[in-house]
Design a protein around this ligand. Structure first.
Ligand SMILES: NC(=O)c1ccc[n+]([C@@H]2O[C@H](COP(=O)([O-])OP(=O)(O)OC[C@H]3O[C@@H](n4cnc5c(N)ncnc54)[C@H](O)[C@@H]3O)[C@@H](O)[C@H]2O)c1
Length: 456
């Protein structure tokens, strides 16, 4: 099939590469000339394990092309995917202007009936808005055919995106006409060969399914974080509780890890968008309001712990950070908890020494002034950040942080203190190396810590 994918970000590139891998001819379009130019040189503008090789081989085989011009690539496209951003607007709503702009461009450019697929996460009713924009263009041009708009939200996870796309749990198709549904089923058939995992429903239900899925996962995280806070004050280890409840198959082990909050390009903005959808209908969603509020508070947890540890203040202290991306496996720092900590430390006059295997460059771009004045230093070696550090905050649980050389760490640091924002470490093991360990919902802060020097 001949496909066009508009938007060369995390979703667009993965979608394009995976469809090309199945033998389709895919044209990728992005308004960012920089992104397109990088793609021509075989460089992926996003970090995603396996994406670069997939882009290169399919480009070399002539199945994948990149362009910053939409009109020329649309010719003969049977299906056009819209995978542009839907960031939060100032009022919390999802800003769908990029989608609507693309719809208007398509309306003016498409010469024959085409399936236009909304892959971006967009509020209920967006596919209908795209349909009416396209219909208006058809009317204006006096043609007697219509385009078909399908809602096909994406569920991939950054860091495992290719695997998720190639082996999806489900494919949601919101389609209102049978012919478009058949074509979409045919397109996805190679991805669901062992058993059908395609669920067809009205477009509005498809749009809502995406929001309900993301906000439910966010709810699980905020729930366990709330339990962790109570555990902390009761002297209960939330890790025991997590294992205890996760063993119940109705609850399961996924998404019940206490930590310093969720971030990324999806959960925070999708919660806000869902709240806004309700607000527009003069409704309240108290559960989701609480999920959002808990997460905001949770993101300040590392800073609160550091302030408790240093009653004299963190000004002048050197704090090392391990992990800057919003989660392992990605370079994405959108709404990342690391940013709340960095900003808090910079505001209070602390020095920050940070390491991330992939995301440092993005953080450097986000805080150029702090980098220029030397208050924020980014390192390419995880141990280098520990030199003379008064504490280490673990914020993103990259695998390489799981079993570090604790003896070396203790020697390098000025104070052997770990604020473990992802509950990666066993406090008893760390104790044998002379560390004080502060975890989320674990050892109460007020418990005696004889090994800790200078710290209350
Ligand atoms: N990132 C994820 O993990 C993920 C997962 C599922 C769904 N989503 C949703 O998918 C959508 C895209 O997310 P993303 O993370 O890929 O975004 P992204 O910001 O990484 O990529 C969007 C791309 O669209 C391009 N673009 C914007 N306007 C354009 C236009 N008029 N024509 C061509 N290109 C244009 C931008 O330059 C950018 O490269 C969002 O709605 C998001 O919520 C994201």
């Amino acid at each position: 099939m001949q496909i066009t994918v508009i938007g060369c970000g995390y979703v667009g590139l993965v979608t394009a590469a995976c469809f090309a891998e199945m033998g389709n001819r895919v044209a990728c379009v992005d308004t960012s000339a920089e992104r397109v130019e990088a793609l021509h040189r075989g460089i992926s503008p996003i970090f995603e394990p396996g994406i670069e090789a997939l882009l290169q081989t399919n480009h070399a085989a002539g199945r994948l092309t990149f362009s910053s011009q939409l009109n020329p690539v649309l010719r003969n496209s049977e299906v056009v995917f819209i995978a542009v951003g839907t960031p939060s607007a100032a009022d919390g709503s999802a800003d769908v202007s990029q989608i609507l702009e693309v719809a208007a461009q398509l309306g003016g450019a498409l010469e024959s009936p085409t399936i236009v697929v909304c892959k971006s996460t967009a509020p209920v009713g967006t596919a209908c808005r795209v349909q009416s924009i396209l219909d208006q263009h058809c009317q204006r041009r006096g043609v007697n055919w219509r385009h078909s708009v399908v809602s096909n939200p994406e569920f991939l996870k950054e860091g495992a995106a290719i695997d998720d796309f190639m082996r999806p749990d489900r494919i949601i198709l919101g389609a209102e006409d049978a012919s478009a549904e058949r074509t979409m089923r045919r397109l996805y058939e190679p991805f669901v060969r062992n058993h059908d995992r395609i669920l067809c429903m009205p477009r509005r239900a498809a749009e809502m399914t995406k929001y309900a899925a993301n906000t439910f996962l966010a709810t699980k995280i905020s729930f366990i974080n709330e339990v962790a806070n109570l555990c902390e004050s009761l002297g209960v280890d939330v890790e025991e509780v997590r294992k205890g409840i996760g063993a119940d198959p109705r609850i399961g082990h996924h998404f019940i890890y206490a930590g310093c909050g969720y971030g990324g390009s999806c959960f925070p903005k999708d919660i806000r968008a869902m709240l806004h959808m309700a607000q527009e209908r003069e409704m309240q969603l108290p559960i989701l309001q609480a999920v959002e509020a808990r997460n905001q508070a949770q993101k300040t947890w590392p800073m609160r712990m550091l302030r408790k540890l240093y009653s004299e203040g963190v000004a002048g202290k050197t704090v090392a950070i391990w992990g800057l991306a919003f989660k392992p496996g990605t370079d994405d720092i959108r709404d990342a908890p690391s940013r709340v900590l960095i900003e808090g430390l910079l505001d209070l006059g602390a020095r920050v020494q940070a390491f991330d295997p992939i995301a440092s460059e993005n953080i450097a771009k986000a805080y150029p002034e702090a980098v220029a004045r030397g208050q924020l230093r980014l390192f390419s070696d995880p141990y280098a950040v520990l030199n003379d550090a008064d504490a280490l905050a673990l914020i993103t649980e990259w695998k390489q942080f799981r079993q570090p050389d604790f003896a070396l760490m203790a020697r390098l640091m000025r104070e052997p203190v770990i604020v473990d924002g992802r509950n990666q470490y066993d406090p008893a093991v760390l104790g044998t190396f002379g560390f004080r360990h502060v975890g989320v919902g674990r050892v109460p802060m007020d418990s005696p810590a004889p090994l800790l020097r200078k710290v209350v």
